[in-house]
Design a protein around this ligand. Structure first.
Ligand code: FAD
Length: 284
């Protein structure tokens, strides 16, 4: 199914993101994760793409195909264009088509050292090519602004350009303070961004993980989260429980705010996803 059709129904769609196993790890691991997520009746499952030499970009389409064919799920393959030529993208499209993938998240990707050649400067330049190839196309959104863009209004203008280029829905970057999401939503609506926006939440499992996310994504650290981290820092089980509870509160708040969708960065941890899905399902 085209993912754009999961929005606008009676319930708020809950989707999940997984990342492909690295290197020589067998597909079996991905299959187990997808099998467990399938039990949660996901609106869709998205699979990340590594263009930076992680060696797993072929796995993205393979996992998307496996989720569709084996578990009858709506799957979405991420695809980045940074460092790619038109020929590279044509080859990726051909592979996705061959594997029957219908949904693609069009991304620019992060700069790759030594790979300056790029026929697509921004995600908005990739989107029309993917639409022309017949995919249902989503793109990335940043409630606190993209890390390289210091002006949120400008970032929202670029988001509108992605909609105008053909993006049919947006999936957001993670954030730990819902107030950013609500303000962002207001800005998007004022900028005539009309396509569905699904908000991404990542349950934290460690202080180190939160620090990484702050530096990688530019996510703000709200004081309630600082207090939770300080309280459970030396108790892994307590922190895991607190991380799940914090994510549930964020998701319930978003649902009560009436967002189009919620997306869980489930980090290949289906047990965590299951606990969260069970807790938030009545609110969606
Ligand atoms: P773009 O939309 O092209 O924007 C990039 C920057 O350029 C922004 O600062 C934007 O404001 C600016 N910009 C856009 N248009 C213009 C313009 N016309 N003029 C001037 N500036 C402009 N990375 C991966 O490698 N693999 C993944 O699987 C992956 N999945 C992701 C999933 C989600 C939901 C999100 C939110 C991010 C994901 N990323 C992934 C990270 C993403 O690749 C990086 O954040 C990347 O730096 C930006 O990609 P983008 O598609 O948002 O870029």
């Amino acid at each position: 199914m085209q993912i754009v059709n999961v929005f606008g129904g009676e319930r708020i769609p809950l989707s999940y993101e997984i990342f492909p196993p690295k290197g020589e790890l067998p597909m079996e691991e991905a299959r187990n994760v997808v099998a467990e997520l399938a039990k949660l009746d996901p609106a869709f499952v998205s699979v990340t793409y590594s263009a930076g030499g992680g060696g797993n970009n072929e796995r993205t389409s393979e996992i998307a195909q496996m989720g569709q064919d084996t578990f009858n799920l709506n799957m979405m393959a991420h695809l980045t264009c940074m460092g790619a030529t038109r020929e590279d993208i044509a080859a990726s499209i051909a592979l996705l088509k061959e594997r029957g993938v219908q949904n693609v998240l069009a991304l620019r990707g992060d700069p790759i050292p030594g790979k300056d050649v790029c026929d697509f400067k921004y995600a908005k330049d990739l989107i029309p090519t993917l639409r022309e190839a017949g995919f249902c196309v989503g793109a990335a959104a940043y409630p606190e602004g993209h890390a390289a863009c210091l002006d949120l209004d400008e970032d929202v203008r670029h988001l509108k350009e992605k909609q105008d280029a053909g993006a049919q829905f947006f999936v957001t970057q993670l954030f730990f303070d819902n107030r950013f999401a609500y303000k962002f939503l207001d800005k998007c609506r004022a900028a005539r961004i009309r396509v569905p926006i699904t908000f991404g939440i990542m349950p934290f499992m460690s202080k180190a993980q939160v620090s990484r996310m702050i530096f990688m994504c530019g996510a703000s650290l709200p004081s309630p989260l600082v207090k939770v981290l300080a309280r459970w820092e030396h108790d892994p089980d307590g922190l895991r429980k607190a991380g799940i509870e914090y994510a549930c509160q964020q998701l319930i708040g978003l649902a009560e705010h009436g967002v189009d969708g919620v997306h869980l960065y489930s980090m290949n941890k289906p047990d965590v996803a299951r606990e969260i899905a069970t807790a938030v399902r009545p609110y969606l």
